[in-house]
Design a protein around this ligand. Structure first.
Ligand SMILES: Nc1ncnc2c1ncn2[C@@H]1O[C@H](COP(=O)(O)OP(=O)(O)OP(=O)(O)O)[C@@H](O)[C@H]1O
Length: 308
């Protein structure tokens, strides 16, 4: 795999003196879907805008397809499609003209067949001659993507593609993103919705206070950092953990009514069988039990909390 986007020691301070990016290093592989997660104000939009050349970096180097985004701005920008957070479409224009104009802005020759193909790939073909103002919110978001794809970029940035969108439409958008990946487009998206990263990303980067805290293959991240818990309901509440069970990673919850055992999913043995035996020997009777796997959300919340 080769990196299509490469970010080295990127820093950005705004005129106010606020440093929004504090030394970002990032390599994005061709063809991957990378989700950038982070709390409000973490610097996600600043990072995207800087890679796209809309915001000027204070220091550091960014290349897209090998082109420097500052010194070779046009060449780098022509490889990038950007879908902004806000819907910024001309209400009285038709869908196909909106996409056509955007293609023209990048100096690409008129190609109605290509525009029709893009509209079809976003299920907008039957809306080609409709005016933007006649479209639903979900369709407008698709037009934003079509517009960003008009000049056939190799990298697509989606800034909060499903902010404020209902669950059904969000899933619909995930399918659109998966289709684009199949067509070979590299996709970087920012999101607050952790389930969105969990559903569609190949890799996940966590940003907080202008720094990347972690960037990793999603499945690996969940396997390595995810813990599993066994929750045991006790017949009688316990006030302390019996000494005979001290070597297990145990906590008491719900006023001593629930014993929680945290174990590592990567180990060959979970230790559950011996724990249950030892519990019985220590006089703890259980009435029910359940297991629980930590989600990407737990991992994210833990990381960001540690960085607070
Ligand atoms: N033009 C600007 N001038 C000064 N400060 C700015 C400017 N744009 C952004 N910031 C500040 O930089 C920080 C990062 O903002 P940014 O929009 O990149 O965060 P974000 O992670 O995208 O947040 P959100 O999830 O809320 O969209 C914030 O503290 C913000 O107030």
């Amino acid at each position: 795999m080769t990196a299509i986007v490469s970010v080295t020691n990127l820093r950005k301070s705004y005129d106010t003196g606020f440093e929004a990016l504090k030394g970002i290093n990032l390599e994005i592989e061709e063809g991957e879907i990378l989700a950038l997660l982070g709390p409000n104000g973490a610097g996600k939009t600043t990072l995207i805008s800087t890679i796209c050349g809309i915001t000027v970096p204070t220091s550091g180097i960014i290349t897209v397809g090998g082109f420097d985004t500052v010194h070779e701005y046009r060449a780098a920008r022509s490889l990038i499609g950007l879908v902004p957070q806000e819907i910024n479409l001309e209400p009285f224009e038709t869908v196909q003209n909106t996409v056509r104009f955007s293609r023209g802005l990048f100096g690409k020759p008129r190609d109605d067949a290509r525009v029709a193909e893009i509209l079809k790939s976003l299920s907008l073909d039957d809306k080609a001659t409709a005016k933007i103002k006649e479209l639903s919110g979900g369709m407008k978001r698709r037009v934003l993507i079509a517009k960003a794809l008009a000049h056939e970029p190799r990298v697509l940035f989606l800034d909060e593609p499903t902010a404020g969108v209902d669950v059904e439409l969000r899933k619909d958008m995930w399918n659109v993103v998966a289709d684009l990946k199949r067509q070979g487009v590299t996709i970087i998206l920012t999101t607050h919705y952790i389930e969105e990263a969990e559903a569609i990303a190949d890799r996940v980067g966590v940003i907080s206070k202008g720094q990347i805290l972690l960037i990793q293959d999603k499945a690996e991240m969940m396997a390595q950092m995810g813990k599993k818990q066994l929750r045991v309901d006790l017949a009688q509440p316990a006030t302390t953990i019996p000494a005979a069970l001290a070597h297990y990673d145990l906590t008491l919850e719900k006023d001593g009514n629930v014993l929680v055992y945290t174990y590592d999913t990567r180990k060959d043995r979970t230790g559950i069988r011996t724990l249950l035996n030892d519990m019985a020997n220590a006089g703890l009777t259980m009435t029910d039990l359940q297991t629980q796997q930590s989600s990407l959300e737990d991992i994210f919340v833990g990381l960001v909390k540690d960085n607070a």
